[in-house]
Design a protein around this ligand. Structure first.
Ligand code: SF4
Length: 230
């Protein structure tokens, strides 16, 4: 419990500092987004802002379309991702691919990344200081892409982006608002269960809940789904 409070406090302080120093969000042209994403990826691959830079095999900046209407944000790379330098390529990634496919989309339509860009050893939970040091990269990615919806996968992603400590079961199922700065228009954020959690608890009820969350995003964006696209 104490650790969760610390994450919220530290991230809150970080956001206040970022908003004060940045002076707010300036709209990014779609044509510039790809360049910014490339710059962020290059910086991430060289980054040693936190200790994970020493232990990683490969940094995992994220990948996908600079024009994505949806950005999926997970917690941190796992072992497969660390080996390949790509997000969500293990078993959880295969399930995420199915979720994306069920929405009538492919990976090339969306952008996928994590709160942390390097793997915590043994897949332990992210530490607050690691999140604080890594979060500026995600913020720049979201500012560049400016998606219509962010889908936060799992408790760590949802709590970090929303600066709340609620359980994922309380955060999922409805839209929240994510602000890149106080002046910027909010981006809708849907929280849902992480695919890795679904694999561990692959019950019909949990699958139904995730599908309901995804359907709300599809309705929000007017996505027809795979059947209607045929
Ligand atoms: S996790 Fe983030 S802050 Fe830490 S070394 Fe990797 S890119 Fe840098």
């Amino acid at each position: 419990m104490k650790r969760e409070v610390d994450i919220s406090r530290v991230i809150g302080q970080y956001k206040e500092m970022e908003d004060f120093l940045s002076g707010g969000f300036a709209a990014v042209k779609v044509s510039d987004a790809e360049k910014i994403l490339d710059e962020v990826a290059a910086e991430v691959r060289e980054c040693c802002r936190c200790g994970l830079g020493e232990s990683r095999k490969n940094a995992v900046p994220g990948e996908g379309s600079p024009k994505a209407r949806i950005v999926f944000v997970g917690e941190a790379p796992g072992g497969d991702e660390d080996l390949q330098g790509r997000p969500f390529v293990g078993r959880a990634g295969q399930l995420l691919d199915k979720m994306i496919g069920a929405m009538g989309l492919t990976r090339s339509d969306i952008f996928i990344c994590n709160i942390l860009k390097c793997r915590p050893p043994g897949n332990r939970d992210p530490k607050p200081e690691e999140i604080v040091r890594c979060l500026p990269y995600l913020k720049r990615q979201l500012e560049a892409i400016r998606p219509e919806v962010i889908i936060a996968l799992g408790a760590h992603a949802a709590r970090t982006l929303l600066n709340r400590n609620d359980a994922i079961g309380r955060l999922r199922g409805r839209f929240h608002e994510y602000y890149t700065s106080p002046e910027a228009e909010p981006i809708k954020l849907m929280a849902t269960y992480h695919p890795a959690y679904l694999l561990r608890s692959y019950s019909p009820e949990n699958r139904r809940k995730v599908w309901e969350d995804l359907q709300k995003v599809m309705a929000e964006l007017g996505l027809p789904g795979p059947a209607a696209k045929k």
